[in-house]
Unconditional design. Structure first.
Lengths: 750, 498
């Protein structure tokens, strides 16, 4: 080996192109780590769509792929919300489906035979790789050191807060929306820094894509104006801000209005008003700027006050009038619940009944972000030190984001990117400081300072923060300790992320896993067993009534029309189903007849100890029904006089006579020796009275572990009797039949 | 050539008989074509006599297997080679796997059998059996005719309780339908169990007082004395069949050969249903669980076993909503057994479509010939091996050969009469440019008795075709890189670089 090549080896990592090469390799590895850490569920179970909402997205994607874009756009779905139907094309965010559709068709065009299900399952992991790259770009705008960007990329790649919504199979809007969110922010910063219309237009383009993908776009719609507003308040109005903001707002709003579901909301609802207000405000500032350059300063003062005051007054009056006249919709319920966490519980039980709308518990922050959460303040502090326009953005985003993450569990997702960016800035500063192998030479520094005396004085007379003290670490021990500690934290972080992803976020929830006594994995597949049964053995248009949680799954897996589903747009309809479930058979039967219900599906976990069953959700059904029919359904009647929610012998009569109770426990006690029937979820013994009797419906199917029970709604009695007497008669007859001996069958020969 | 001469002679005989018919007729003279003459009412020529006939109706499985062993005699003055067998229109649509062999000469292959599509020939359709050598006047020959009838049972009662026993009924003629005089015949009916509660009784003859005679799980009608041509005696039997009546309305079987991977991939998609008695009241899980414990014999389908070729690997079992976890695969040097359970027990009237697939090393099926071509030898049909049997209404075998394979020829042990269509198509997948050669063979009305029949395909696969894909992939990715590089040279900025 020649000395030349040795030198080259030693110099590796110093040359520009070598660094670029290294960066590319590291980013590819980060993307690889981000993708592979999301594949737990595919490896453990299978390539399957998870949970509830993704099943709708999957079904919509299949519809798009099968029928083309225009049909999809005009899709009226008569298989949901029977008998209302749903204008699906106009009430969804099409970004996700269109993205999958484009990928699917592109791969097909290259004649790579790919299943649309696999495209959908792997879309979220694939986009997480892109998100990591976007985080790299965004962080690079904050600090000159690209190591911060790389750290941000890996944080973004494996932070559980983001993984929670983007594991393979979690085919939800967030799968692509977080990438779009981060990338839009990157483009915004770029546009703002350069004052470039091109970057502003790009930002608007991706904002449009974001609007097409996720309802959370409102976060951008509020954050960018807020950033602009803070900058203006700091006296940092500039033509750069003007150009980038107005370009983004004008083009972005037009783009967002192309989505039928959004339509005129950007000019009509309160959520979008800040963006419009700042847009107007910027026009005023630009105008004032022009006036100031044209007229003398004293006149300008008067002009300014009068002008600003009148504009503000007119604007405020206009807003109030428009709101009261109904041109601008007041804040929606979901937004109220962002300010007052108790709001939904009192006024909108349907929002409160969704677990992801609950306020975040403190441990969740550590669970989802681990050490990043305590690096966040450090990163924000460092941003204060530099405080350029882009650092203001990080600060604003961090404050805004952490508030919302505290209010709603789901919004942890929007906080995660800024946490990753800030933590990366903090950590890279620490590492940059402590990783320098060479100790600084104090004399050099002193000389530097003395020769630079004039500037030093100027610095001293200025703000304290702007006089930068000399930073340097001398002791090798402290270097080793700090770097060692940081490495340990990073390793712990990786271990934590892997553990959380593997244990908390990788269950498809359609399929349950349990262990056999010998340690082998046993799959409990009751959901799909029942859905497949429905799909194969009922009429194509048999209407299924179930609680709304299972609507999307029934639509996706059983392919049968449902009454209500997870797109909870019609509270009354949901309350109708709740009432049917919570009432006595005689009340429920007419409701089911009116809605042409053929089958009813309930989830019952009593045998297996599966706690997410309908009896545990039952109170929500009662509450939602009570909201509409307070005289007919009363929550109080489901509690015992002592205020207990019981299903055993002590249950109230209302409870025992409710359709839900009867369907859950029908025939259940026959599975046990007399008097031994046990509900393993509630941990109670059931009364030994022969179990609930059903008259107007009959058992049609029960899955292997009893998780899903399906009942068929009986037709009207042939003899015009009511169902109770008809089935009582039948029961009586059956007893006689047993005694009566039948003669031998004679075959008719013709 | 001789058969063709006889054939046209027969046709002209027919057309002579139909003097009143205004229809013109034309016919082709090569052996495989179908006759299109249209006589009105005519009896087939009485050139044969059935000297002795044994008709065995086997109802042991969920399809009917009938075999007719008959000694025929030419009673005409000329040598004859066309023996006709009548079927009703309904039977013909259910008929499959018709094969005729010489009982005395097991070595000779199956005879040529073809339907005669004669329009208004009464309620019957005829199938013509061509004797390989024409039978001389007065000479005798023993034919073994076997065929299967799918979908032939009716559950009686049509709906039963979950824990009840299932009974099926079947109607047929105690006299074997024939277009010729039958001197002596008997019909044996075999059942899966001895429980045969109902059957039509006929007055006996000779020393037998009453037909049928019951011998264990067998009923024997006959022997009967001479019956004229076309004599029928409808009878019905009703018997216990406490097993699932599995009917596969469509089986799509893909066999994909990869030379690069050295692999043959199989995938089978079943449209399966249970055609037995429906449930009177819907499914009751408690009863089912108790029944499983006390009396596991049931008419519901619980499990299927697929004995695959030894060396099969990576099996999968899915349905339309994903993987089904209730399967087991045992593979060792002696067997490769895939055991699958449907998601739910399959009762009468219920459906369960599913997909299974597996891989196998190409050298188990593929060999190279001396001339450089390839010979692929795969089973035409695999499918589950069930004690109660499986019937297939429609089977589509799609054999996907490598891209550029040509000169495809095939033969199969499946009776010709059950092959409805065959052809070569193009199938595009995995970065193909011209697409792969796909041989598609459609069969109808098959049963699992044909599991061991092979499909042999020969084809050529030139070296240029072998190298096509790597070259195409390499050159197209090079083209992408070069065009990207060229694009990077284009200056899109307004200002020139400083």
């Amino acid at each position: 080996m020649s000395a030349d090549s040795l030198e080259r080896l030693a110099g590796a990592g110093k040359g520009d192109s070598t660094r670029t090469m290294l960066r590319v390799i590291i980013l590819l590895l980060v993307a690889g780590a981000a993708v592979s850490s999301r594949l737990f569920s595919v490896i453990r179970f299978e390539s399957i769509i998870h949970e509830f909402d993704p099943w709708f997205n999957f079904r919509a994607t299949k519809y798009l792929v099968a029928n083309g874009f225009y049909k999809f756009w005009d899709w009226f779905d008569d298989r949901t919300w029977h008998p209302l139907g749903r204008v699906t094309g106009g009430t969804l965010y099409p970004g996700l489906m269109v993205t999958s559709g484009v990928i699917y068709h592109a791969l097909r065009a290259l004649s790579i035979p790919v299943d649309i299900r696999n495209v959908c399952v792997l879309l979220a992991p694939a986009f997480s790789g892109l998100t990591a790259y976007a985080a790299y770009l965004l962080t690079n705008e904050m600090t000159p050191s690209s190591s911060a960007g790389l750290l941000a990329a890996i944080f973004m790649g494996i932070a559980p807060g983001y993984i929670s919504r983007s594991v393979a199979g979690s085919y939800d809007n967030e799968a692509i929306a977080i990438f779009l969110l981060v990338f839009t922010f990157y483009l915004w910063i770029k546009a703002l820094k350069l004052g470039s219309m091109l970057w502003g237009a790009l930002c608007a383009l991706f904002y449009g894509y974001m609007v097409a993908s996720w309802g959370g776009y409102a976060f951008i719609t509020c954050l960018l104006p807020l950033h602009a507003f803070v900058l203006i308040c700091m006296g940092r109005y500039s033509t750069r801000l003007y150009v980038s903001y107005t370009t983004w707002y004008a083009l972005g709003t037009l783009a967002s209005m192309q989505i039928p579901f959004v339509g005129f909301l950007p000019v009509k609802t309160s959520e979008h008003m800040p963006a419009l207000g700042i847009f107007g405000f910027l026009q005023l500032l630009a105008f004032l700027d022009y006036v100031r350059s044209a007229i003398p300063s004293r006149q300008f003062q008067t002009f300014l006050w009068v002008f600003a005051g009148s504009i503000f007054g007119v604007g405020l009056i206009g807003l109030v009038v428009a709101t009261s006249a109904g041109y601008i919709a007041p804040w929606s319920g979901r937004f109220y619940s962002l300010w007052d966490t108790g709001y939904a519980k009192i006024h909108i039980p349907i929002i409160a009944s969704v677990s992801e709308h609950q306020p975040t518990a403190w441990p969740a922050f550590f669970f989802d972000l681990n050490m990043l959460i305590w690096l966040l303040p450090a990163g924000v502090y460092l941003c204060y030190q530099k405080l350029a326009d882009e650092h203001v953005f990080v600060i604003v985003y961090a404050l805004f984001g952490s508030y919302f993450a505290g209010v709603m569990v789901r919004l942890m997702l929007t906080l995660t990117p800024v946490v990753c960016v800030a933590a990366a800035i903090a950590l890279s500063t620490i590492l940059n400081t402590y990783l320098k192998a060479k100790s600084p030479v104090p004399e050099e520094h002193m000389v530097d300072e003395s020769t630079d005396g004039a500037s030093k004085k100027a610095a001293k007379s200025g703000l304290k923060a702007s006089s930068k003290p000399f930073i340097g670490i001398y002791a090798t021990f402290s270097k080793v300790t700090i770097v060692g500690a940081m490495t340990a934290y990073l390793l712990l972080f990786v271990a934590h992320c892997t553990w959380v992803t593997s244990n908390a976020y990788s269950s498809p929830s359609v399929v349950l896993a349990s262990r056999m006594p010998d340690g082998s994995q046993h799959i409990i597949d009751d959901y799909r067993e029942a859905y497949q049964w429905l799909r194969q053995n009922t009429k194509e248009d048999a209407k299924i009534m179930s609680w709304w949680d299972y609507g999307y799954q029934i639509g996706g897996m059983a392919d049968r029309p449902t009454l209500v589903d997870n797109n909870t747009w019609n509270n009354t309809h949901i309350a109708t189903v709740g009432k049917a479930m919570a009432s006595r058979e005689e009340v429920s039967y007419p409701i089911m007849r009116q809605h042409e219900v053929d089958y009813i599906l309930v989830v019952f976990g009593g045998l297996l100890g599966y706690s997410g069953d309908d009896i545990n959700k039952f109170l929500w059904m009662v509450r939602i029904a009570e909201g509409i029919w307070p005289d007919e359904v009363k929550e109080r009647e489901f509690f015992t006089p002592r205020g207990e929610y019981r299903v055993d012998a002590g249950a109230t009569d209302t409870m025992k006579n409710s359709l839900m109770y009867k369907m859950s426990y029908h025939n259940y006690n026959n599975l046990f020796p007399p008097g031994q029937a046990q509900d393993r979820v509630r941990g109670v013994r059931l009364p030994d009275d022969g179990g609930p009797v059903l008259n107007s419906i009959e058992e049609a199917f029960t899955s292997e572990n009893w998780i899903i029970r399906i009942y068929k709604v009986k037709d009207l009695d042939n003899l015009g009797r009511d169902h109770a007497s008809a089935s009582a008669f039948e029961r009586g007859l059956k007893k006689k039949k047993v005694i009566k001996k039948k003669g031998p069958r004679v075959l008719r020969v013709d | 050539m001789k058969t063709s001469v006889v054939f046209s002679a027969f046709l002209s005989l027919l057309s002579l008989a139909s003097t009143g018919s205004a229809h013109g007729h034309h016919h082709h003279h090569h052996g495989t074509s179908k006759a299109a003459a249209a006589p009105v009412t005519v009896k087939p020529p009485q050139v044969f006599k059935n000297v002795n006939l044994v008709h065995i109706v086997s109802l042991e499985k969920n399809y009917v297997k009938e075999s007719i062993n008959v000694v025929i005699e030419n009673i005409d003055k000329e040598a004859q080679s066309d023996y006709l067998v009548p079927f009703t229109n309904e039977q013909l649509s259910l008929l499959g796997g018709l094969e005729v062999r010489d009982r005395k000469n097991a070595e000779s292959g199956p005879f040529v059998v073809e339907p005669m599509e004669i329009e208004s020939f009464g309620p019957n359709q005829y199938v013509r059996i061509r004797l390989p050598t024409p039978l001389a006047p007065g000479a005798q020959q023993t034919l073994g005719i076997t065929y299967y009838l799918l979908n032939a049972y009716k559950p009686l009662p049509a709906s039963i309780k979950q824990e009840d026993q299932q009974f099926l009924s079947y109607s047929f003629s105690a006299y074997c339908p024939s277009v010729y005089i039958t001197s002596k015949q008997k019909t044996e009916v075999k059942f899966a169990s001895t429980n045969i509660p109902d059957y039509t009784k006929l007055p006996g003859s000779g020393d037998v007082k009453e037909f049928p005679q019951k011998q264990g799980s067998k009923l024997v009608y006959g022997p009967f004395d001479e019956k004229p041509a076309g004599a029928l005696k409808p009878v019905q039997v009703r018997f216990e069949f406490n097993k699932p009546v599995i009917h596969v309305s469509k089986l799509e079987r893909d066999i994909e050969v990869s030379h690069w991977g050295g692999n043959v991939a199989f995938e089978e998609r079943y449209d399966m249903e249970h055609r037995g008695a429906n449930l009177t009241s819907l499914f009751n899980r408690v009863k089912w669980q108790q029944q499983q414990y006390y009396n596991p014999v049931t008419h519901a389908l619980k499990e299927m076993k697929f004995p695959l070729r030894v060396g099969s690997a990576d099996p999968y079992y899915t349905d339309v909503i994903g993987n089904v976890s209730t399967s087991r695969f045992r593979s060792n040097k002696r067997e490769a057994l895939l055991e699958i359970k449907p998601r739910y027990p399959l009762f009468g009237g219920w459906k369960y479509p599913f997909t299974i697939g597996w891989n196998s090393d190409a050298k188990n099926f593929l060999r190279k010939t001396a001339t450089g071509g390839f010979v692929l030898n795969v089973p035409f049909l695999e499918g589950p091996k069930q004690p109660e049997g499986v019937e297939y209404e429609q089977v589509v075998v799609r054999l996907i050969l490598p891209e550029g394979a040509e000169n495809v020829k095939w033969t199969t042990g499946i009776p010709k009469s059950s092959i409805s269509e065959a052809g070569v198509q193009i199938h595009k997948t995995f970065l193909d440019t011209i697409g792969r050669t796909a041989l598609i063979i459609k069969g109808r009305n098959l049963v699992d008795d044909f599991r061991d029949r092979d499909l042999t395909v020969t084809y050529d696969y030139p070296m240029s075709a072998v190298l096509r894909k790597p070259l195409v992939v390499f050159s197209s990715s090079m083209a992408v890189f070069v065009s990207l590089w060229l694009l990077s040279l284009v200056n899109l900025k307004f200002t020139s670089k400083k």
